[in-house]
Write a protein that binds this ligand. Sequence first.
Ligand code: PFF
Length: 450
Amino acid sequence: MHGVWSSRWTFILAATGSAVGLGNIWKFPYITGENGGGAFVLVYLVCIALVGIPIMMAEVLIGRRARMSPINAMKYAADEAALPHAWAAIGWMGVLAGLMIISFYSVVAGWAIQYIFTAASGTFTGITGESAGGVFANFLQSKGTLLLWHSLFMVMTLGVVAAGVTRGLGAVARVLMPVLFVMLALLLVYAVIKGNFSAGFAFLFDFKFDKLTWSGVLKALGHAFFTLSLGMGAIMAYGAYMPAQGSLAKTVITVGVLDTVVALVAGLAIFPIVFAAPGLEPSAGPGLMFISLPVAFGGMPFGVLFGALFFVLVTIAAWSSAVSLIEPGVAWLIESGKFSRATATSLLSGVAWLGGVACIYSNNWLEDKPGGVFSFVFESLDFLTSQVMLPLGGLLIALFVGWFMRRAIVQSELDAEEHPLFDIWLFVVRWLSPLLVIIVLIAGLVEKFQ
Ligand code: PFF
């Protein structure tokens, strides 16, 4: 049993801190670009609404009920439902997925740290799309620098988790999340004035279904899980700190909507810049944000300051997400009674640090992609987590809550005894989300490997 956040808003901010991160600002735009835009975005939005948010409610509900780490929370919930402890596998897989994600997440957060300095040095002033691509490609060659920033970011993450996520983080999130949001909005204004806004807008919202493949649909589904920090226990671990009173459904919907708005604003800011600058392509891959935004910062008044500040905020957004990636494992180690919080955190951060080193030094950059910056390890970790483990974890959580948890317990946790929407939600969690996940998972994987 542990401490509780001071209020519902603190939970919203912390959960938003976990959800809003590189997934929204870096990953969403580039995978949208790689998958042809509009139709991909639509599938992503449908996945958020029909799969992500309903399953997020299920995940928070288990965490809040059990008030333990995901592994033990699943054991507790399994006991309550007279089911075997094998259900704790959801928690185990989540701990593993968290470590796998943070391995590459931390490396990309390191790119953002480097870009604080690159922006502050004035490198971007008047820069073209092509030279921005060159700056980024050069940077990726200096492995030592990548390693330095990855290491620093892991230490930052370790610091917060070691201090305990209920302390400090709430306050940080409360101030900085809104600031990040304002900066994104300003970038959007710039994109409207100076970018090719109509082309960017059309790219995001013109639904051309001929571009869409099953593996694209799986990417959209996987990203819905990734961006909401779902399917691996991160949100369950935070749910364990959530106050017992207050509407769980409203809280979760707030977080889901905020997260989606940030991703869309990031896309609306980035693509008009991409379409206005010669030498930039929407399909540029993982470097998209790091080559398109410099062009914008380089062309605006106070761009040096604004650019540096922007990357500071991206780093902080990544930081508050990274914390939630190792919290499930740390919480479990502490509950085992054998480790202090500091030791548990150091141990898991050490493992994650090694994973990042493997990403940086597994040298075979995938040559076949223009601007391909992912190493084999990088790409495999990303694929296995987003497109296999998180959807699978989410599926199991939905099945568990939908089919096996006692209805009375679920209703009282949701505070929904009389609520007309309860039955609709239950139907979604029992049938609709699981079926969608199963179909997309199978069809996507078959297409990818055939
Ligand atoms: N949701 C985070 C983002 O969009 O950047 C990434 C993430 C955090 C994924 C925590 C999974 C997780 F458990």
